[in-house]
Design a protein around this ligand. Structure first.
Ligand SMILES: NC(=O)c1ccc[n+]([C@@H]2O[C@H](COP(=O)([O-])OP(=O)(O)OC[C@H]3O[C@@H](n4cnc5c(N)ncnc54)[C@H](O)[C@@H]3O)[C@@H](O)[C@H]2O)c1
Ligand SMILES: [Zn+2]
Length: 361
């Protein structure tokens, strides 16, 4: 088992990573489980259909009784309605102030259950057990929780750190291939912004056993950044590499056409090409990224000329002004942010033209 400790001012917690850890989850929950306090396990129908038996066995072995809250799968459940339904389960279960919520699923379950835990009785204990690659390397770490609102994604939320994160990479065996690829885009992002050695590992002959090591490397990078900038005012912004353009792509095509990971993959390449064009990024970085993305079966090149993304960027409500803080690469393994006006971004994007020539793999 690999263990990372996230040391935050509000308290420290561990991220434990290892194949087969689901079987030990019950024992790991014991320190957070008072005699009389019920545990609510929040999950979705897909995860439940695969892991109901091992999860129940793991908790039973530790003598922990639990109430399952099984949500429909998908982003639409990360809503006020979904939240209301969870509160109903909490109320029926008699979940008290010292109670424990286990978020067992992907980022949707983690964000929804996390926000419910943050707000029920002004905050009950939360343990994250992420089951998608995206959740294992990204959403379960860092304490952001949220639900969506008709006016936008993640508009209602809280920073709320878990007591523990338990990552069992074996749960990824049942994850649909497209979801795995999407998570890989975020994994590649960590290499691009912070770790040339992770980038190189991903470019090597990866054995399945290497997955735990890769997840650990990503969680380490994210937690180091979060420790220095828990509330997302500075360095945490680097984690948005590829996301400004990625969100514009998601918005332009309607959410769901491309997965988040697919859009981020395109977005990272656009950002790297833009950086090269502005002589801010080491030449060759964009091609290295494109090669690595293709190697992990992600299409690297957005099929339209990137300048078409400019209107969608400017309409991003989050930007709120005439420009945006873009994350660019200095080189593979090092990122920085640069304030840029939309006009300048549009002019630079116009110089990029359509997808570049085919590269050799
Ligand atoms: N809090 C954060 O810091 C943060 C960061 C990034 C993303 N997010 C959020 O995460 C969400 C996306 O998360 P996601 O990509 O994990 O999506 P998801 O939770 O919808 O999971 C994707 C699909 O995989 C299924 N699934 C999950 N685990 C499985 C398993 N082991 N085997 C088989 N199927 C499984 C789910 O039922 C779902 O259909 C978005 O709402 C996004 O806003 C949050
Ligand atoms: Zn992302």
């Amino acid at each position: 088992m690999r263990t990372l400790t996230v040391e935050l001012p509000g308290g420290a917690y561990e991220i434990r990573i290892g194949d087969g850890l689901l079987a030990e989850l019950g024992a790991m929950l014991l320190p957070f489980h008072g005699e009389e306090t019920p545990v609510v396990v929040v999950t979705d129908e897909n995860v439940w259909s695969h892991y109901r038996a091992p999860l129940a066995a793991s908790l039973a072995a530790a003598g922990i009784a639990f109430v399952p809250a099984v949500c429909p799968p998908g982003e639409t459940n990360k809503s006020m309605d979904g939240l209301e339904r969870l509160y109903d389960v909490f109320a029926k279960a008699g979940l008290p102030r010292g109670g424990l919520v286990v978020a067992f699923g992907g980022g949707v379950v983690g964000d929804l259950a996390g926000f419910a835990a943050a707000t029920w009785m002004r905050g009950v204990q939360l343990v994250q057990v992420p089951t998608t690659l995206l959740a294992q390397v990204d959403s379960s770490v860092g304490g952001k929780t949220a639900v969506n609102h008709a006016h936008g994604k993640n508009l209602i939320g809280a920073f709320y750190q878990p007591k523990l994160v338990v990552v069992d990479p074996e749960t990824l065996r049942t994850l649909p291939a497209r979801e795995v690829r999407g998570g890989m885009a975020e994994v590649i992002k960590y290499g691009a912004i912070r770790s040339k050695s992770l980038f190189d590992t991903l470019d090597g002959d990866m054995k399945p056993a290497a997955l735990a090591e890769i997840i650990e490397a990503c969680c380490r990078i994210k937690s180091e950044i979060v420790v220095r900038d828990e509330r997302d005012f500075g360095e945490r912004m680097l984690l948005n590499f590829g996301h400004t353009f990625g969100h514009a792509i998601e918005r332009r095509h309607g959410f769901g056409h491309y997965t988040h990971g697919e859009a981020v993959a395109f977005g990272m390449v656009v950002a790297a090409r833009l950086g090269e064009r502005l002589a801010l990024t080491q030449p060759g970085a964009a091609d290295a990224l494109r090669r690595l993305l293709a190697r992990h079966r992600l299409a690297p090149d957005y099929p339209e000329p990137p300048v078409v993304l400019a209107p969608a960027m400017a309409s991003d409500k989050k930007s709120g002004g005439r420009g945006v803080r873009l994350v660019l690469l200095r080189r593979i393994g090092e990122a920085f942010t640069q304030e840029m006006r939309f006009d300048d971004i549009e002019a630079a994007l116009a110089l990029l033209g359509a997808a570049p020539q085919v590269f050799s793999q």
